[in-house]
Ligand binder design. Sequence first.
Ligand code: KG4
Ligand code: ZN
Length: 346
Amino acid sequence: MLILGIDTSCDDTAASVVEDGAKIISNIVSSQDEVHKKYGGIVPELASRRHIEMILPVVDEALKKAGITFKDISAISVCKGPGLIGSLLVGVCFAKSLSFVHNIPLVAVNHLEGHVFSSFLNGVNPEFPFLALIVSGGHTSLYRVDGFGAYKELGRTRDDAAGEAYDKVAKLLGLGYPGGPIIDHLAQEGTPDAIDFPRAYLPGTSDFSFSGLKTAVKIEVEKIGRLEAEKRLLTSQPLRFSTPAVLNDIAASFQSAVIDVLIGKTVAAAKEQRLNSIALSGGVSANKSLREKITEHAPKEGIKVFLPPLYLCTDNAAMIAAAGFYHFKTGQLADFTLNPEAYLHL
Ligand code: KG4
Ligand code: ZN
């Protein structure tokens, strides 16, 4: 059974064809990074406009790559939220139109449920029950997953999402957007304990907080800037603000603080819930050091780790098609009254 997935929740226009909720036949993602780069973050109005331009060619390409036509599709699965409302509207309206014109059943999927289902596209699935850590630009949440449709939120960020902290710190350092991959790369050459940034463990909860860390980086950067300016005055040397080595150390120390908290809290939640599998998803789960450290640390606690391949960590429509397959199989269909929702819990 082939499902066409569509995701336009944020700044990527994505369409994918997935067979039986598990096998990717085609997976097209049109990134808008170039559009938003110069603003250091996503500009919602520009995102919606680009989705309108790209949705038709992206869906077309997904069908072409799969070598199929609409006649071969059993259902269209679209992301209904959470996300940017203008962006979501494009995908939902387009999916409803396709469903109407081609008379194909429609299913609506929560973006977060999609991220959880990215772990089911890798050939080796986590068995229920498992712990899901969704860590992206919009979310940092822990869920107990007891089965399809059975999700219990254990904790979430109280302020910034981890990816948002990466993006804001990158902007502060003048590094560009999206910040996660850039900081990840710079951190590989830095010393993780060069600067002792704070770690908010919020004991007794499975919640997260990253805004204090972001502020600590800002204070540190200002301090380094002042010291370098003073040195410049004393020596008349043309010292440049934040030499590459300093940048590497800030990136590595910031990243180390994020990862320590993510891994510490995720493993603690798994132990508390007596769950022996953890499935990571979302853009930040593409982080090199996070992947290495959790793969090394969790098994020592008797916990198996499931990591999606890098191209399924960030937003994609294969995960929406995979989750949509289960909605379709259990008869949970959407109709033409479907509307996107910017704020939606799982
Ligand atoms: O899942 P995603 O594509 O979109 C949301 O649903 O938010 O995640 C995007 C986020 C951005 O904040 C980006 O900076 C972050 O994921 N990200 C990373 C890495 N790759 C992407 N963060 C840390 N390390 C990475 N390698
Ligand atoms: Zn996402």
